[in-house]
Design a protein around this ligand. Structure first.
Ligand SMILES: [Zn+2]
Length: 427
């Protein structure tokens, strides 16, 4: 799949600029020696990213997708067949000579998935066949436009390709829109608008008028039936087909594409894909390309800016900060953090070396849950939770507190507590 570019305007530093927050929160950074547009992820950023990726994989597994891995390199011929070489080479890194052949860093995952599909015979009974991968791809951006996580040269893409019959395309596109809606709810983000992205003039797009007409009609039908308001936009399509783009806005009002659903008749043709129909004859499948969160880099940039670092509890790099009042309660504090780890929750201990109790509570202001362990709590095995929004809960047995956090985490809830009260939105 391909998806839209982020705005090329120079981003000014705002309160919620993801680059500033990313450094302050120690999520990610860059180094000139590694290179522009090649950020690295620090432990808290890696925990956030891992959690986000696992959420997506879980949602995909539940929706009937199977995951694959494919290499980030491919022979030049692969991209000549897919059409990237002639339609997309400006965005690709130069090929590397390897003996008598040339290999390139891939600009998309689609050709690999088409080849994986082609490697086995398929019956109509296997369709729709949903193949997903969170994989690396590369884009040769100019260094002048690189910044933070929104313009990068190395991209981790949440991608999937559904190989299906023409009759199944609308259902699959609807299913993908549903997954997008659910993900946005769990992530606490709002789409700015839905866009039907159409081709424009010029040679950027494959010339196949009948194919464009059919795929545009299919996506229009899906959007009309969904009841979602949308706008059509020219010159925003992928080179091989039209797409539904879900646009999000940053706090400064700049729009970018996060999620996308695309219909493609072109690549199945180029790669000679087929399945055996009920009639015993060979038929061409359609490829639906779709992404729920787009690139992990841009999704995290948006989440950082949207939440100002106060991520939904299930997503927070550190979910519970355990604070012993004095060194005497350190063993109980460490035991509580250990129980969290056993339950798959991310907890840390902030002891006296980090300052007074008041200072530690302030330092942990973005952590969804805080547990202060004083002499009384240590003696009784109780936990009195403080929530990030300022609420202080009555002491309960540690096991009960962790079970309730665990249930909210498993449900990917944006609520901090299971009492139905929503967390006030941060400005
Ligand atoms: Zn694709």
């Amino acid at each position: 799949m391909s998806w839209g570019r982020s705005p090329s305007v120079r981003e000014e530093t705002t309160m919620h600029d993801h680059r500033r927050l990313g450094r302050e929160l120690e999520l990610f950074d860059t180094d000139p020696l590694i290179g522009a547009g090649l950020p690295y992820w620090l432990p808290d950023g890696a925990a956030l990213r891992h959690t986000l990726e696992e959420y997506v994989r879980g949602a995909e597994r539940r929706a009937g997708y199977r995951h694959v891995y494919s290499p980030v390199l491919g022979k030049r011929e692969l991209y000549e067949i897919s059409g990237h070489w002639s339609h997309y080479s400006d965005d690709m890194f130069p090929p590397m000579d390897l003996g008598s052949e040339q290999v390139v860093l891939r600009p998309s995952l689609c050709p690999h998935h088409a080849v994986i599909y082609r490697s086995r015979a398929h019956s109509y009974r296997e369709l729709p066949l949903r193949m997903a991968e969170l994989g690396g791809m590369y884009r040769s951006e100019l260094s002048g436009v690189l910044g933070g996580l929104t313009r990068v040269r190395a991209i981790q893409l949440n991608d999937a390709h559904i190989f299906c019959t023409l009759d199944q395309v609308a259902d699959e596109a609807r299913g993908a829109l549903d997954m997008i809606r659910q993900a946005y709810e769990a992530l606490g983000i709002r789409p700015a608008r839905f866009r039907l992205s159409l081709p424009g003039p010029g040679g950027k797009y494959v010339a196949a008028p009948e194919m464009w007409r059919r795929s545009t009609a299919l996506l229009t039908e899906v959007l009309d039936a969904s009841g979602l308001p949308y706008e059509a936009a020219e010159d925003e399509a992928a080179f091989y087909g039209p797409k539904i783009d879900v646009q999000v806005e940053d706090p400064a009002g700049r729009e970018s594409t996060m999620s996308t659903v695309q219909v493609d008749f072109h690549q199945p043709e180029r790669f000679g894909l087929h399945y055996t129909g009920a009639d015993g004859a060979k038929h061409r499948p359609v490829m639906v390309h779709r992404s729920i969160i787009g690139s992990v880099e841009r999704a995290v940039a948006h989440l950082v800016e949207q939440h100002g670092g106060a991520f939904p509890g299930w997503l927070a790099p550190v979910q519970l900060m355990v604070m012993p009042v004095s060194d005497a309660e350190l063993p109980q504090a460490e035991a509580l953090a250990g129980r969290c780890a056993d339950l798959g929750l991310r907890a840390e201990v902030s002891g006296r070396e980090h300052g007074s109790l008041g200072a530690r509570i302030r330092q942990a202001r973005l952590v969804p849950y805080q547990a202060v362990i004083g002499a009384a709590e240590a003696a009784d095995g109780l936990v009195a939770l403080r929530l990030r929004d300022g609420r202080r809960l009555d002491p309960v047995p540690a096991g009960e507190a962790l079970a309730r956090i665990g249930a909210l985490t498993a449900a990917h809830s944006t609520a901090l507590w299971d009492d139905g009260e929503a967390e006030p939105v941060r400005g």
